[in-house]
Design a binder for this molecule. Structure first.
Ligand code: ADP
Ligand code: TRP
Length: 325
């Protein structure tokens, strides 16, 4: 029986979404809903490797769900769920861990980086890639869109899948293909570096108008006087404006830089307006969603039921293959 390409990805609920997350992760995920059968989940088990605040975890999960829905995730098209609502993933993770060489995990940069940053070197953090492999293999996923930082984890997933199939028969699990978003331009932050929570230079997608405008006014610029032409290379204002504006408005903005006569304050105001308009419909959708507290839970519950149906089929096949049934 032929089924549509299954596209799966997980997002960690790790705080307020920023413009980099939007263009680097949400927007591509929303576009891919049209291409295949999308399975998108909130990786709350994974988040536990780096956070220990139950209230914050609960809040972050809901906030990410609301934001993702507001950004265009369509629960009629995509199966959207909490990772922990499908506990079958833990059983598969255990089975995978019995074929996963420790040396494979020891090579993972992400583990080493996180420990270097002060995150506790727990078994959960070390085994993180095995759980991620289980996330992917549990749904016979064909394509897994992720950012560059997750490339190695996808390689580990494929290695584990090959090992399981070698040990218990071809077809025990389906080998997934990564879609690495190499082409997604890195969105720069207010200081001109890559936008990232870790650099404290983020621009949130959703927020109050006044503080957001104030934030944009903080963009670092040089001291070119109002009447003089402004440099266009490496301009943070232009790089951000390009994301939000039409090509025609962008061309005008570039011309105003080159000609001079418009001060940085006005250019930033124009950027703030473009930003505000760009997210207007998503902001409105977000307000609707938050006005209906039952909606998000209903979407996640329905998604989990659908995900569990799929998970049960795959897990049954794996259990039989390994001799647990
Ligand atoms: P942060 O760097 O703020 O901690 P995450 O690592 O949680 O962000 O990123 C979540 C997703 O958003 C990843 O898939 C990543 O590729 C994408 N992303 C994050 N920052 C950017 C950026 N500045 N430009 C493009 N994509 C980004
Ligand atoms: N580790 C991923 C991240 O931090 C999130 C994630 C968990 C994931 N499980 C996944 C991504 C499965 C893709 C597929 O971004």
């Amino acid at each position: 029986m032929l089924r549509r390409m299954r596209i799966l990805t997980g997002l960690q609920p790790s705080g307020k979404l920023h413009v980099g997350n939007y263009f680097g992760a949400m927007e591509p995920a929303v576009r891919l809903q049209e291409v295949g059968e999308a399975f998108y989940f909130i990786a709350d088990y994974h988040a536990m490797t780096s956070m220990r605040d139950p209230a914050a975890l609960r809040d972050n999960v809901l906030e990410l769900a609301v934001d993702f829905l507001a950004c265009g995730l369509d629960p009629e098209r995509a199966v959207f769920f909490r990772q922990s609502a499908v506990p079958e993933v833990n059983e598969l993770a255990w089975i995978l861990s019995t074929v996963c060489p420790v040396s494979l995990l020891e090579k993972c940069h992400s583990y080493k980086d996180k420990v270097a940053k002060g995150i506790a070197a727990t078994h959960g953090l070390f085994a993180y890639p095995v759980l991620m492999a289980a996330d992917i293999l549990l749904y016979d996923s064909n394509q897994v869109p992720v950012g560059k930082d997750q490339k190695q984890h996808l390689e580990v997933t494929r290695d584990i899948a090959v090992k399981l199939n070698e040990a218990f028969g071809e077809g025990t699990v389906v080998l997934p293909d990564p879609i690495i978003r190499e082409d997604t331009a890195v969105v720069i932050g207010l200081d001109g570096q890559k936008m990232s929570k870790s650099y404290h230079n983020t621009l949130p997608i959703f927020g109050e108008e006044k503080p957001l405008k104030k934030l944009l006014m903080k963009i670092v610029t040089d001291s070119t006087p109002v009447e003089a032409p402004k440099p266009t290379a490496d301009s943070t204002i232009l790089a951000l404006f390009k994301l939000f504006a039409s090509p025609a408005d962008y061309a005008v903005m570039v011309a105003d830089h080159e000609r001079g006569g418009v001060g940085y304050g006005d250019l930033k105001k124009r950027l703030a307006e473009a930003y505000w308009d760009f997210f207007a419909s998503m902001r409105a959708r977000r307000a609707e969603i938050t006005a209906d507290p039952g909606y998000v839970e209903a979407v996640l519950t329905q998604g989990a039921a659908r995900a569990r149906e799929e998970a049960a089929k795959v897990l049954d096949r794996v259990r039989r293959a390994v001799g647990l049934r």
